[in-house]
Design a protein around this ligand. Structure first.
Ligand code: ADP
Length: 495
């Protein structure tokens, strides 16, 4: 009998099920979108029950699509959108409110009030959690639920409240045991975890007003969290034995398990994450520290930088500036452009994220001369993606003293050969483009499959084919280009 590993990727836009074979190949995948519930005041929510129905549906669909027998599925792994959180009643298993999505800033006033009440709180939150006090993380959202939803406050009073991230919600609902558990990659993005000890922080829970007894039990990322029949599909319940938040799952899927290995996901925005190893590294350069995972008895830390506009620059050039008809056109423009042109575009449409953190910065096109025309502007837009990602990689180098020699990348813009070569040149790294798109699902599958004894230390990673780009640019030219970029960023931040 063959053995397959099933992986769920519960992401912001939808839920995917991906089936991997015992030799690490992606066999089949299915996906279902869910509603983005956006209120007039900008609050963003997901319906927890709709997501569960989708989880069950995609599992059934992927097993059917692959044409495998349900009993050939050995185990299940889960990767999920991080920070999004939901409250439910442990007795009934029913949600008490919609899930609050990571993008939602409804806890802004709660965080501002905390700072107004205690001028030292932001520093303390950073020390304990590794992250700046922000409504983006789950803690503020959970505090909002407890303060604003009477059913949540009542359940807290009765001692039946569950406050969990999406991994916990899916696990609780799927598992025969109704297991209420989470693991370090998700927990450390709540802003309630003490990243030094790896345990929930009493002090952080008290600061946010989140009842600690409503939080999930912490387990290693490769624990046997529970068992599921997936709504009766599996006659014998299979173990759920791998869970990871999506970025950490992608880091694992890219095989970045050695300190200094870095992955970059190029999507609408970008998440760049470095495996930092077993020692806690605090960033002095605008990055966030969190736990990578606890896997095979080893805890690891990661450094992360997030950028708002990367692929979205290309979308802006297409939809708003109307410089191109299709994202794929950007490459031809950049190749046609005058390579000596000195125009820079800094896409600070909504301020600048890592490593600059300037909410007030605005986008600028600068260095425009008589050599600058349509193609040169598109080239500047495209290159801004590489410069921004390079800045985060440099911050990682500075924080850890580790030399980053390779960037493992995925996402829509990695189809652009000009961009990938330019990234390699300006950041002085080899760029490896993964042929597999489902890296978060692959990472969760690997953890679960490893725990279940399906995978050894190299399966999955060895299956990923990569296209590689190596640095070709002379150092002098790189330095000139980078100093021009830094000057352009300084202009964007000059307000
Ligand atoms: P997400 O997962 O965030 O939706 P994707 O990985 O699907 O993102 O990438 C989508 C982004 O990639 C879009 O912003 C699009 O403009 C950009 N993109 C797609 N193809 C190319 C290309 N050939 N060159 C540059 N950018 C591209």
């Amino acid at each position: 009998m063959m053995r397959y590993v099933l992986s769920i990727d519960q992401s912001t836009q939808g839920t995917k099920a991906v089936l991997f074979s015992a030799d690490g190949r992606l066999v089949a995948k299915t996906a279902r979108p869910h509603r983005q519930i956006i209120h007039d005041n900008g609050f963003v929510e997901h319906d927890g029950e709709e997501i569960l129905a989708n989880v069950l549906a995609v599992i059934r669909e992927v097993v059917e699509l692959a044409g495998v027998e349900p009993e050939e599925v050995a185990c299940l792994g889960i990767s999920n959108q991080r920070e999004t959180c939901i409250a439910w009643d442990r007795r009934t298993g029913l949600p008490l409110y919609n899930a609050i999505v990571w993008q939602c800033s409804r806890a802004k006033d709660i965080c501002a009030q905390m700072e107004a009440d205690d001028p030292h709180i932001a520093q303390r939150v950073l020390e304990l959690s590794g992250m700046n006090l922000s409504p983006y993380f789950s803690a503020g959202k959970m505090a909002w639920l407890v303060r604003n939803v009477p059913a949540v406050a009542d359940a807290a009073e009765r001692g039946t409240l569950a406050l969990g991230t999406m991994d916990s919600w899916v696990l609780f609902a799927l598992s025969e045991e109704h297991a209420f558990a989470t693991e370090p990659s998700n927990a450390s993005r709540t802003q309630l975890l003490d990243i030094t000890t790896g345990a929930w922080s009493e002090e952080l829970c008290a600061a946010f007003g989140v009842p600690m007894d409503a939080l999930a039990t912490l387990m290693p990322s490769d624990a046997t969290f529970g068992h599921t029949t997936a709504g009766g599909l599996f006659a014998q319940p299979i173990p759920i034995c791998g869970m990871l938040g999506d970025s950490q799952a992608a880091l694992m899927g890219q095989g970045c398990v050695q300190p200094g290995q870095v992955k970059a996901t190029y999507g609408t925005g970008s998440s760049i994450m470095m495996q930092a190893g077993s020692d806690l590294v605090r960033s002095k350069n605008g990055l966030v520290t969190s736990l990578g995972w606890e896997f095979c008895g080893q805890r690891s830390y990661v450094l992360e930088g997030n950028i708002n506009y990367t692929g979205a620059v290309v979308s802006w050039m297409k939809d708003d500036a109307r410089l191109i008809y299709d994202p794929g056109d950007a490459e031809a423009c950049a190749r046609r452009a005058n390579p000596a042109d000195r125009a820079y575009f800094v896409p600070a449409f909504t301020g600048l994220g890592a490593p600059y953190w300037d909410d007030e910065a605005t986008a600028i096109l600068t260095g425009v001369t008589r050599t600058t025309g349509h193609d040169e502007i598109v080239k500047a837009g495209l290159e801004s993606i590489a410069y921004q990602i390079g800045d985060v990689v440099d911050a990682m180098r500075a924080d850890t003293g580790l030399d980053v020699s390779e960037l493992r990348v995925d996402g829509g813009p990695t189809a652009n050969g000009y961009l990938m070569q330019f990234q390699s040149d300006v950041t002085r790294v080899g760029v490896s483009v993964s042929s597999v798109a489902e890296l978060s699902a692959a990472g969760a599958a690997y953890v679960a499959g490893h725990a279940a004894g399906v995978y050894d230390d190299n399966a999955i990673f060895n299956q990923i084919e990569r296209r590689t780009f190596t640095p070709q640019m002379e150092d002098v030219r790189r330095e000139v280009l980078l100093s021009g970029w830094k000057a352009a960023v300084a202009q964007a931040m000059c307000h």
